[in-house]
Ligand binder design. Sequence first.
Ligand code: SAM
Ligand code: FES
Length: 350
Amino acid sequence: MNTQEKILIDRLAAEHTLEGPELLALLENRTPEGAEYLFEQARKVRHAIYGHDVYLRGLIEFTNYCKNDCYYCGIRNSNRKAERYRLTKEQILECCTQGYELGFRTFVLQGGEDPFFTDQKMADIVSAIKEAYPDCAVTLSIGERSRASYRILREAGADRYLLRHETANADHYAKLHPPSLSLENRKKCLWDLKELGYQVGCGFMVGSPYQTNRHLVDDLLFIQELKPHMVGIGPFIPHSQTPFAAQPAGTLELTLYLLGIIRLLLPKVLLPATTALGTIHPTGREAGILAGANVVMPNLSPVSVRRKYMLYDNKICTGDEAAECRCCLTGRMNRIGYNLVVSRGDYPNQ
Ligand code: SAM
Ligand code: FES
């Protein structure tokens, strides 16, 4: 580790903030030894707040219809080969029932931007889950909607909302999305959600096409400004039926380094070791936890639809073993000295 890297990590660990040029210096000059040191500091901060607990979120991928055409995404509208599906309210509630028995106390409803799920339909689903499981949190991850829509869903009982900003640099945003989508609106949605009292998660893909370290600095600065309760990051992984089919995937190494930095920037943040991390490396999620993450989001969707929610190639937990995800993750976490806990896993407010 070079001296500059150690000084910057020590400052980040002590002050939980760095300026843009310092973040850039950290990313540009990072070393494997520096990474180990960063993860040690990140774990210290994480243990002081969360101990060795890992929170579980049950991911229910309830629709893969999407009106958008993000260039990186396997369920984009133009992918005519995607087999489309929607779960019914009853099927979603059945996922929750199974999840509750397995110890899940947060359900994350994720889907493409599917106009079929109007405010009324979504509010009905959210309130049915809250009524059946009042001790559980409901997280939505259904993309950009109006402030009025977010308000209706919040009033129906939704507690949290995940909306990755994808990249905080407008030029880079335009290289990943069609002109109908803008960084400005994405950010506005995040601020609206925060004001409406949701626990909010932003985030981005690591190693997305055309991404530079300067873009990553913009992401980290935006995270410092928004101060979200959750941050979802994972490597970009190409999907064969998208314009980015031939682009290289993001690396485990850089994703872990960023997880470490984010833990130190926002000590209390809820930080998942994502499925994409588990997809690029067999023990990627364990490595994520050891770098400072404290959440895992196993799939609760019916096994029959899992192969259809293919955001990128070779996504894990889509085969015969899929139903055992909870047990498999328990073992994986125990082996590295952490425990999956039965808890809503809220953001600590004091
Ligand atoms: N429609 C919602 C939205 O836009 O927020 C939620 C669904 S979207 C598929 C969830 C996330 O998947 C995106 O925010 C994106 O970061 C991630 N994702 C999509 N394609 C990916 C890929 N090829 N590799 C890694 N992550 C990807
Ligand atoms: Fe809509 Fe990916 S393009 S979910």
